[in-house]
Design a protein around this ligand. Structure first.
Ligand code: ATP
Length: 271
């Protein structure tokens, strides 16, 4: 993606770029697409669209990709903020970034404000900055964010989406009604999702007839979507290494890849 100021041009993505995770996709469509596409019906039925949606779950399981899909599919203006931007030593006024982003979002509505790794923006402990006084900067950033979220009119069509691996680090004030009022867990992929994720990432890889994605899915407990993407790439590299004129990737290549491309989840991360 190309950064233009705080506005991000999102590469075009569709729901089909995300393998599996059907229940998550369904919940997200309902919370984000429906209010944008069927705003009048929402109003007629007395339904309030969520102000903020918080996605949480282990790293590498498609939170960021889901948000890119929503932005592409909805055609909404997409603005993103991250901790590194806000706490950059080159930025004098951290709160101003938040205010300016919300202003832009209101004037270019319908729009989506994406707060990636939100714990690094408004976490309990300070992750950026450092040195004395940085905690109070974080507090000011938090109160600016809460203020802006509260100030968005229900009719304004500004949706705030946050993503985090560490929901435990977030200030509880963010979760009050009218703020992040829709919280969605994005789980590590199950057996069926793992097959579908590998289908997505082998779309452009010719597979030998003996490749059995079901079998590989069975051996990839604790692999995230990112791990599976990596596994597919590794299998193709092994095929190339073995035969410089290889025309496809075999089951044996995948079996060899499994020995080097390891899962990043542990039972502990799954608690
Ligand atoms: P992080 O918390 O580390 O930012 P994340 O949950 O936001 O992780 P993404 O950045 O969306 O995860 O995913 C990382 C990579 O893994 C992406 O390149 C994406 O293509 C791939 N990936 C993850 N989950 C899936 C999935 N369900 N289907 C297809 N690709 C996936």
């Amino acid at each position: 993606s190309i950064q233009r100021g705080f506005e991000t041009m999102v590469e075009k993505k569709t729901w089909d770029d995300i393998g599996g995770l059907e229940p998550v996709k369904q919940k997200l469509k309902q919370a984000t697409e429906w209010p944008m596409l069927y705003g009048e019906t929402f109003k007629r039925l007395g339904l309030k669209p969520p102000r903020g949606v918080l996605l949480f779950g282990p790293p590498g399981c498609s939170k960021t990709t889901l948000v890119k899909v929503i932005a592409s599919v909805s055609g909404a203006t997409f603005l993103s903020i991250n901790g590194a931007q806000i706490y950059s030593p080159f930025v004098g006024d951290s709160e101003k970034i938040i205010r300016t982003t919300f202003q832009k979002a209101r004037s270019a509505a319908p729009s989506i404000i994406f707060l990636d790794e939100i714990e690094a923006i408004v976490g309990k402990r300070n992750l950026g900055g450092g040195g004395s006084g940085s905690d109070s900067v974080q507090e000011r950033v938090l109160s600016t964010l809460l203020n802006e979220m509260d100030g968005v009119e229900a009719a304004a069509s500004v949706l705030i989406i946050g993503a985090t691996n560490r929901p435990d680090m977030l200030d509880a004030a963010l979760m009050r009604p009218g703020r992040f009022d829709k919280i969605i867990y994005v789980p590590p992929p199950d057996f069926v999702s793992r097959q579908q994720i590998m289908k997505v990432h082998t779309k452009n890889i010719p597979l030998a007839e003996d490749v059995d994605l079901e079998e590989i899915a069975d051996q990839t407990n604790l692999y995230t979507g990112a791990d599976l993407q990596n596994l597919c790439r590794e299998a193709a590299i092994i095929a190339l290494r073995q035969d410089k004129s290889a025309t496809n990737v075999s089951q044996a290549n995948f079996e060899a890849a499994l020995k080097v491309a390891k899962p990043s989840l542990t039972f502990k991360t799954l608690k």
